[in-house]
Design a protein around this ligand. Sequence first.
Ligand code: GLA
Length: 384
Amino acid sequence: MNRQMGSAPEAVRLFFAPGRVNLFGAHLDYNGGPVMPTAIHRGTLVAIRLRRDKRVRMGSTLGGEFLDAELGRLPATASGAWFDYPLGVLMQLLPSRGELPCGVDLFFGGDLPIGAGLSSSASICVGTAIALDRAWELEVGCEGWVSAALQGERGFVGVQCGIMDPHAVGYAKPGHVLWLDCKDGSFAHLPLDPEQVSIVVMDTGVQRELAAGAFNQRVKECQAAARFLIPRSPGATCLRDVSPEVLLEHGDQMDEVLQRRARHVISEVGRTFEAREFLVQGDIPRAAALMVDSHRSLREDFEVSVPELDLLVDAVASGEESLGGRLTGAGFGGCVVALVRRGQEEALRERAQGWFVERFGRDPGFAVFLGDEGPRELSVDTYF
Ligand code: GLA
């Protein structure tokens, strides 16, 4: 069997890539700042089968559109369908010249809520990358999956996302958060002891329909603030490098909205470095307390919260069992992530659900997440 065909065209192989929550460093990745996400045990399942022809077919357990195309004649632009994400990744992994690999059937499923801020997009993209890497025997490895996921989402789908999500998914390590410096791409794992704290995610159920547009707008606002502040900050190359003093001195010469966006970014950089220090010292409660400050900044200065998220963070902030929490992902709806003393999750559930039902007339989702070991092949026998 040649390299393009792989070893067994008819065999179905199954891959998994987790989702993620971001605990510290909100909206910092595209500003060159530090972030601390961690992967969760729920994610995307990708079934892949090599074909004997050059077709690509993509389907999902969620139904919706089905892709059926020739590898040599793939759509030039995104169509707005869910498969834009895996298709963008596939295009990244196709050789730029020479013979095309054989076709593939890809089928997607999983247990990650979509559009909830748990990075279903990075999960499906990294999951597609590992499946294609292994099926086509490309041997690009984790670095290649992360890069294909990122370029696919930016280039083909058109979301100007930062580097955090594919890194969080790709370089996951259970019992740890990923410390990722988005300025130079360096990263390390810091312990977050699952015996001490649980990661609780509460879903507002508010769909982030306009999120991509609003997200790109935040990116543009940060770029505009950076253009103004960087020349006034010796040595700075991105908004992350601008000091609170420079903002204080020159901020009021900027549009008021840009001032607030910059204030969030610059204060969040400080909180994230502080949180790292606390985690290194093993002081999870003090690190987690900073998450509530972060949420306040996201609500007031970055304006990406909604009342449902605020209420859940208030519920987190008012209980002894909860150490801290804030919105996760881009915001505009989706989920709150909280760090809760292990074994005391029920206390938070009761209060948060009680408050939420009283105000909004429905239950928020509530789940306790475990960590995850990252993208991997699963034995098909586990599932059939
Ligand atoms: C989204 C993006 C990430 C990051 C977060 C905000 O999830 O995909 O890259 O910018 O928002 O922290």
